[in-house]
Design a binder for this molecule. Sequence first.
Ligand code: NI
Length: 164
Amino acid sequence: MALRQIRLEGDEILRKKSRVVEVIDDKIRELINDMDETMHDANGVGISAVQVGVLKRIVIIDVNYDGTPSLKLINPEIVKTKGKEECQEGCLSFPNKFAKVVRPSEVTVKALDEYGKPITVKGKGLLAEALCHEIDHLDGILFVDIMEPGTLEYVENSQKDEKE
Ligand code: NI
């Protein structure tokens, strides 16, 4: 495993659309492991492959930080949403910046795991927020695009549960 460089605000790759993963092999699993390590090293709760410079539809999420494995989702798609809630959101590509974003309060996502097995994930609260935030990254959409106007702020010592 290795840490990868996180692409930051202003990097044009963050605006690109990621491609569907057709073949899930050891190279993809190595990328997934590197993303997982990079996310934890940066105290993030989610990361998308584009944030480490790879335009593939892969996201990693860990909202627990209790030692249980992260969610590893390949080609994730939101198939159902319910409700609405306002979240305070940040992003590993926007260090120390946060804004209010309205997201569904519950989402259902279909994806493949790192061995190509179809999985369904249902999330509420922070997990729902992270799923939406990371899947947006795969289409080049950033939280600052959909934030509530005027809510962007700079916070020096941020907590991990807001960085995606
Ligand atoms: Ni992000």
